[in-house]
Design a protein around this ligand. Sequence first.
Ligand SMILES: Cc1cc2nc3c(=O)[nH]c(=O)nc-3n(C[C@H](O)[C@H](O)[C@H](O)COP(=O)(O)OP(=O)(O)OC[C@H]3O[C@@H](n4cnc5c(N)ncnc54)[C@H](O)[C@@H]3O)c2cc1C
Length: 232
Amino acid sequence: MKAHHQILIIGGGTAGIMVAAQLLRQKNAKDIAIIEPADTHYYQPAWTLVGAGTYDYDKTARPMSAIIPKGATWIKDKATDFDPENNTVRTETKGDITYDYLVVAPGLVYDFSLVPGLGDAIDKGVVCSNYTDPKHTWNVVKNFKGGTALFTQPTTPIKCGGAPQKIMYLAENYFRKSGVSKKTDIVFATGGTVIFGVKVIAKTLMEVVDRKDINLRFHHKLVAVDGEKQIA
Ligand SMILES: Cc1cc2nc3c(=O)[nH]c(=O)nc-3n(C[C@H](O)[C@H](O)[C@H](O)COP(=O)(O)OP(=O)(O)OC[C@H]3O[C@@H](n4cnc5c(N)ncnc54)[C@H](O)[C@@H]3O)c2cc1C
């Protein structure tokens, strides 16, 4: 199949959908298509609440067909290659698609191989991440009986810079309710030098950290995980 679209968007996530919706309001945008392979769109910001047991995972899912803005064409496929000199994108099953304008919004890919041991440990036992399986996070938080609760984040770009802290604050709240906070040491280890990049927010967050008695460790980059021995 050979097809042409005035505006071609790769990725029907938050970015792709919002760009499409904005462009559809402009009269010069006459033909918008979105290449997106997934059947389901997940509202990922709510995964923080799922991890804290306050929101239902199933409610974060919506059929992709309901999310693609009316007026845009959904090409259910995966972009596999670019040929920018010929304004062409290759797809897995539907062949080449040409465009006048291209928007590239396929999101982030997680690469656990950058931290030895993490790929084996993640989403199993006591190792959890809201980025990958917030339901497992809630299981870990719910079943935590005290000890060191280590929250950390990679030094690479991540989806939502605040997410690793948000789940920590919510977990701390739950630990107080479940009665384990007195025998718990919450540690937030980050490779950075500040709690948050925006000064005014950092100031408030430092007050929260103090109030919740969180043990802050700056200059701490996660370099390896031993899931069996529970060592980071
Ligand atoms: C736990 C968590 C909490 C968060 N909290 C917040 C928050 O409080 N506030 C906030 O603003 N943001 C938050 N975010 C971040 C927010 O969800 C992301 O910034 C946003 O989803 C990024 O949108 P995106 O479209 O770039 O990527 P995504 O939403 O990941 O979408 C990418 C899309 O591209 C598709 N795709 C991938 N590869 C291809 C390909 N080759 N061809 C075609 N399509 C492809 C995928 O199937 C996917 O649908 C959070 C994220 C997480 C995980």
